[in-house]
Design a protein around this ligand. Sequence first.
Ligand SMILES: Nc1ncnc2c1ncn2[C@@H]1O[C@H](COP(=O)(O)OP(=O)(O)OP(=O)(O)O)[C@@H](O)[C@H]1O
Ligand SMILES: [Mg+2]
Length: 564
Amino acid sequence: MVTSRIHVLDEATIAQIAAGEVIERPVSVVKELVENSLDASARHITVELMGGGRSAIAVTDDGVGIPRDDLPLAFARHATSKLDSVGDLFAISSLGFRGEGLASIAAAGDVELTSRTRASEFGYRVEARGTQVGTAAAVAASVGTKVVVRELFSRTPARRAFLKSERSEFARVSAFTSQIALGWPSVGFTLRHDGRDVWSLPAVKDPVDRLETVFGRAARGALVPLVTAAERVRERVSGYVCKPGHDRPNRNAQVFFVNGRIVRSAALSAAWLAGYGSFGMTGRYPFGVIAVSLPPEDVDVNVHPTKIEVRLAHPQHVFEAVRRAVAATQSATERARPLPAAALHAGASGDERSDNSALHAEAGEAQLSFAPDAQTRDMRVFGQIDRTFIVAGDGNELVLIDQHAAHERIAYEAIAANDGRRDVSEPALFPAVVELTPEQIVALHAYEGELADAGVIVEPFGEATYRIVALPLGYEKRRFDLPRLLDDLSADDAPREGVAHQKRVWASIACHSVVRAGEPLSLQQQSALYERLLRCRDPQTCPHGRPTMLRLDATALAKAFKRA
Ligand SMILES: Nc1ncnc2c1ncn2[C@@H]1O[C@H](COP(=O)(O)OP(=O)(O)OP(=O)(O)O)[C@@H](O)[C@H]1O
Ligand SMILES: [Mg+2]
């Protein structure tokens, strides 16, 4: 029911409403502040959170700083140094332009801003809270700007209640910061949480080095530079995209920049997939980073409150440019890929031969056994198809086994049976050391407890490197793929509690510790796998519920051959 007359809202309410669109959660504050630091030509930016950003968020840069006289204006709405007139609005080259970032942050929390320009001997500090801005006081400070935000949303409890766990808010900040870092390789970034350094990206000349830090060392082989057509002048496309076969289960690792601005774009994502063409698999997405640069007048950045979406003057041209670049890159990598030598003489290696003789001995023995029953059938293994499926049989039926799914089932039941017992590695001369991306490190911290319960113990070993100290009993270190496991876990957004959650974690550990599809196996390994599968409590499906084997008995064969 509307009872009062139309009136103009007061300043504080207007500010609150405007801020509501811009500052939704801690990562929104970080985005505004980091963009300001980049606009200020910072060489290094440190982002620090306390309690997932609820208690405090601080962003420190070594950029140009704000002159003392401008300080009170920094918090005023529609006050900016980046735009002079409406004409500029259609040719924006800075990340900020509205003069709303700091005002919105002050509406959402208590802000303390300290800044010093190179020309000034001192720094100056102002505090802002809501629409109240204090006076600037001289303080000792180094050149640059530091903004600290405390008590986020304490004046808007509804929004505060909407925040997720500390871990999850922090993970968003980590994801955003490492992704924007991709587009700014010459700027160093450090991320800290609750007083400790979580990751640090030094400034680099070659964007490739930054890529490795963000996507992981494994990405070195997986990512290739985009082949770009030189003739297109208006829309320049560059970046790194993964080769076919390295796709991921979601779009989280697709990063887009338009003129240095990180954007979300279903259209660009679709163009990427279109360029992939037949290389793509349904439900899988290529990963990497694609940066589009356009004349500023071709991009309208003023269409979304957090500037995460942009409107393009010629979307079709951009779509085509991206699609073509991706397609050209894919066909270039396909051509460059040598035929796998092993595929040319399958089964001819020394190992395989000795395994063949093992089969003959075994088969000879098996033929002697009478009265096969369910337990002691004279099962035989005949070999692999496409290095993915094992062909086996027992005189009554032909059995096709998915080697990965089967091994997953075996590994999963091993964890379930072990109850956290683990193979602790000796302090090895060459410990299994892996390098993790910022994302993966965040997932590792988040899942430390669950992993330890299952028998997986990982320790820090150096900056961004970790050592695998222990694995569940019966697991092989050589097969254990910690980075992919962590990718999987961080993509899991189902509730993180209860038995179902524990089972998902176990299934992920199993999945990334076992034989893959496409891996050659000796006949001995194939039989061992089949035997161990049959000994499982639930041999028919993998922990994700996919079948591990297909059986064809004489009736089914007769039908297929039209005998029946
Ligand atoms: N880290 C910083 N270093 C130097 N100057 C800064 C920094 N942060 C803010 N400023 C100054 O304060 C002004 C206001 O910042 P604010 O983020 O509110 O607006 P903006 O960046 O201009 O536009 P937008 O609202 O789109 O972010 C900027 O225009 C800039 O002059
Ligand atoms: Mg700004």
